[in-house]
Design a binder for this molecule. Structure first.
Ligand SMILES: Nc1ncnc2c1ncn2[C@@H]1O[C@H](COP(=O)(O)OP(=O)(O)O)[C@@H](O)[C@H]1O
Ligand SMILES: [Mg+2]
Length: 222
């Protein structure tokens, strides 16, 4: 279970302060599928980055099964993130110089798996997202939808506690939106905890719990 309590985030600019999150409470149970809708600038990415421990809150608490990862040293926090959090970004963020297989295998490699074990793990998740026949291709040789399927494989390869998706379909055409959402739905059906932020109503409605964010405040959708 992941529990956020009264999360605040203030960005200190040179002239203005931006209060990007203004007291966010959020609980993610294991196996949840939660979406957060909101306009550009409402604080969605800020929240996702804090849930994913990429950025720390100005105030408030993040707990993973009662553990506060922000108390860890930098090295331990990196290790924690590698094991516990999967990220899927709008722009895929694959490494261009690595093959599909190596992009995915890099995550367990960083986590300490040997090359053979990492490749075995990567092969298994690439099969789950239907990318087995593109394993030895480079990202530049893939369509947007294929790149996002690889990014999803990379996000799940270490069997994380949560997969965080930031506008996962923002760069995709309609057919690829459907294909990627089908994969996310099937991951959740198999037990993966998902938090998806999006400005798309259609994407948001795939979740079992829909929330929305306005000016750094999170609301439950009715
Ligand atoms: N690194 C930053 N420094 C200063 N302000 C930021 C930074 N990142 C985001 N913001 C501001 O915080 C607010 C929320 O941004 P963001 O979380 O990116 O929203 P969203 O993902 O919903 O578009 C916006 O007003 C944005 O300009
Ligand atoms: Mg954003």
């Amino acid at each position: 279970m992941i529990q956020l309590t009264n999360i605040q985030k203030v960005y200190d600019g040179t002239r203005v302060q931006v209060r990007a999150l203004q007291g966010v409470d959020l609980t993610l149970e294991n196996g949840d599928y939660v979406s957060i809708r909101g306009r550009s600038g409402s604080g969605k990415t800020t929240l996702l980055n804090i849930v994913g421990t990429l950025d720390n809150p100005t105030a408030g608490e993040v707990l993973y099964d009662s553990v506060d990862p922000f108390r860890f040293s930098d090295a331990d926090l990196s290790r924690f993130r590698n094991r516990k959090v999967g990220f899927v970004f709008q722009e895929f963020e694959l490494l261009p110089e690595l093959t599909v297989l190596d992009n995915v295998a890099l995550v367990p490699r960083i986590g300490g798996a040997n090359r053979k074990e990492a490749q075995r793990m990567a092969t298994a998740v690439l099969e789950r997202v239907g990318m087995t026949d593109r394993m030895h291709h480079y990202p530049s040789e893939l369509s947007g939808g294929e790149k996002q399927r690889v990014a999803v494989a990379r996000a799940i390869v270490n069997d994380p506690a949560v997969v965080l998706c930031d506008e996962p379909t923002g760069e995709l055409d309609e057919a690829n939106v459907a294909a990627v959402m089908e994969i996310l739905d099937s991951l959740n059906a198999a037990g993966t905890t998902l938090l998806v932020v999006t400005h798309s109503d259609e994407v948001a409605e795939h979740a079992r719990r829909c929330m929305y964010m306005v000016d750094g405040v999170l609301h439950e959708a009715s």
